[in-house]
Design a protein around this ligand. Structure first.
Ligand code: 5GP
Ligand code: MG
Length: 182
C-alpha cells in the first residue's frame, strides 16, 4: 500500500516521511552506533510492539554483531497516587556489566523510557545504557529522559506507519503518516 492519504478506522492520515527518508536516516544512525560500539558486543533491547520494524532495519545496517532481545512493556494504573507502573515481559538475559542499547519507536512524553531505563539501571546494573529512538516529539516530553540517537524530531501530532499503529492498524505502512487536519 502506498498512498498520500490513508484512512484507518475513523481517521485520515497524510504521508509525512517517505520510506527512503527513513531508510537514509537509519543508515546514518547505524554508522554512528557501529562506530561507538566498535569491538564491543552490546545488548540491543527492542521495545515491542512499535519498534520491531526499526529494529529489523537498523540491525541490518550495523557492522558490529550485537546480541538482540525484545521486551514488551505493559503499563497499568496503580492504586498509589504515584501513578503508572511498567511491567517487563520477556527480558530473558543478564544485563549485568553489559553495554545496553534500548530501541524505541517514538519518544513522546518519555514516560515509557524513563521508567524502563530507571528500572534497568536499578535491577540489572548494565555497564552502560543508551537510548535510540526513531521518532522524537520534543514538544511532548514530560520526563527527564534524553535519547542518545534520534532519527527524526517531529511535531507533537499523532503518527502511524513504519511500526506505529492506530488501534492495532497501520503498522505495516512503509512510510510515516500524520493525522490529517480536516
Ligand atoms: P511515551 O511513554 O514516550 O509517552 O510514549 C510511549 C509509547 O506511546 C510509544 O512507544 C508509542 O508506542 C506510543 N506513542 C506515542 N506517540 C505516538 C504516536 O504519535 N503514534 C503512535 N502510533 N504511538 C505513539
Ligand atoms: Mg513503543
Amino acid at each position: 500500500m502506498s498512498y498520500d492519504i490513508q484512512q484507518i478506522h475513523d481517521l485520515r492520515f497524510r504521508r509525512f516521511l517517505s520510506r527512503t527518508e527513513i531508510a537514509d536516516r537509519i543508515v546514518a544512525i547505524g554508522k554512528e552506533v557501529s562506530a561507538d560500539y566498535q569491538g564491543k558486543q552490546p545488548v540491543i533491547i527492542s521495545i515491542l510492539n512499535g519498534s520491531f520494524i526499526f529494529a529489523a532495519d537498523l540491525l541490518r545496517t550495523l557492522t558490529i554483531d550485537p546480541f538482540i532481545t525484545f521486551v514488551k512493556l505493559s503499563s497499568y494504573q496503580g492504586i498509589q497516587t504515584t501513578g503508572l507502573v511498567s511491567t517487563v515481559l520477556g527480558l530473558d538475559c543478564s544485563l549485568k556489566n553489559k553495554d545496553v542499547i534500548l530501541l524505541e519507536d517514538i519518544l513522546d512524553t518519555g514516560k515509557t523510557l524513563y521508567e524502563f531505563a530507571h528500572q534497568l539501571q536499578q535491577e540489572h546494573q548494565p555497564a552502560s545504557l543508551k537510548i535510540a529512538t526513531l521518532f522524537y516529539k520534543p514538544d511532548a516530553v514530560q520526563y527527564p529522559i534524553q535519547a542518545d540517537y534520534i532519527g527524526f524530531s517531529i511535531p507533537n501530532i499523532f503518527v502511524v506507519g513504519y511500526g506505529l499503529d492506530y488501534n492495532g492498524f497501520g503498522r505495516s505502512l512503509p512510510d510515516l503518516y500524520v493525522l490529517a487536519e480536516e
